[in-house]
Ligand binder design. Sequence first.
Ligand code: ADP
Length: 497
Amino acid sequence: MSSRIYKNLIGGQWAPARSGKTFRNINPANHNDIVGEFALSAAEDVDDAVRAAEKAYATWRLTPAPKRAEILYRTGEILLKRKEEYARAMTREMGKVLSETRGDVQEAIDTAFYMAGEGRRLFGQTTPSELQSKFAMSVRMPIGVAGMICPWNFPMAIPSWKLFPALVCGNTCVIKPAEDTPLSTIHLVEALIEAGLPPGVVNIVTGFGPEAGAPIIEHPGTRIISFTGSSEVGRIVGQAAAGLFKPCSLEMGGKNAMIVLADANLDLALDGALWGAFGTTGQRCTATSRIIVEHSVAEEFTARLVARANALRVGDGLDESIQMGPQINQQQIETSEKYCKVALEEGAQILCGGKRLTGGAYDKGAFFAPTVVAGVKPGMRIAQEEVFGPVVSILGCSGYEEAIRIANGISYGLSTALYSRNVNYAFQAMRDLEAGITYINAPTIGAEVHLPFGGVKKTGNGHREGGTGALDFYSSWKACYVDFSDKLQRAQIDNAE
Ligand code: ADP
């Protein structure tokens, strides 16, 4: 397949980086396959993009929300038609298997339709005034130019979580996709343009974090910042935004626990563990990375999980028979290798995997074997730090209480799962697990777009994507008072008896 040159989108025009420089996007399953050359952007390109977005904001904010929403609805329809094409392109640039990239495009479609519905809601409140002949209400106002910095693991879904609520609320956008997956963002925005999005309402700058991401935060024209990625970079982004008093939504890492109690349906828990740990090659912020199993079933559970992990077909996700694709790049492989080494040094045992796959087609890509680590103790680094690869740890527990203590004994708080047939434990877990998401008898992955997505502790800074929380981030509440008494009425004074 030939390598195409893709450009930034600035004010409705596809434009190269001002420097003329480009970078390569390669297929993680086959490093000889170049997906494309993309603009290597810098602060000057971000400046062009923000200015275009500021210009477009003047009319977009006055476009009625139901009209803005119609564009989102049409975008959903276009994505539906292109689902297969975009999913294949996404597998080629990101690596996850086709069924999962189809799911990624579907998530953007779901978000489009959900946020299109919001065009006729965006509800505020009316409430009585404390004064006579006075009307009081709260309305959602757009904020201005929203800056967005995205990761590579959900190359279309995550940009859609950011763009669609921002747009329906009346903001304009400058988005930087991850350097490993710029094409899927371009596809998403192509659908928006075909659906009738006016020039400048969404602008794309491609490139690397410090050069093309940081200027989005620092530019005086961006009014809010939305970031999804690692906690390390999130700290940099959050600190930069705080210094400029810009609202900033941070969605970061996880160290997600699945608890398997002795009364669980073990077949179901195994299906969930396999999907949660090795889906997207373990590269989800919600991936199952710790399985806390009650001692009496731990041996059987572990043996069966290892057998199933060993049987997973790993390879190029474009082949429909493949169950797990490559890791995104060499650096992620090195992280998985590093954590396997750390686990061994800490006294844990690697029951399967633990190394990159080599030989034949594996030598062309970045493949790591599905890995199960046993004998893990709660304080070990392998039980505390995010790996972001197909590496899952098994920890033993004596029952519900200890399981919850272990599950909560980390610095992250994104997703959690409990497998048990005891309804009391199910409801206690929903109450007790310190996380933004708890699943009962379902794996830690699988968020739906109309529910809040995000976490507590080091995972986030209190904002939520998905659901109505996204509208709260991308709009600003305004209180409006209309006095129709024709006289000065003073709150807190004239109504006091
Ligand atoms: P991931 O491992 O998911 O790529 P990162 O946190 O490394 O997570 O990157 C997430 C996004 O943040 C990417 O788009 C990346 O280019 C961007 N990024 C990295 N460093 C910075 C930075 N210093 N300032 C702004 N954005 C950055």
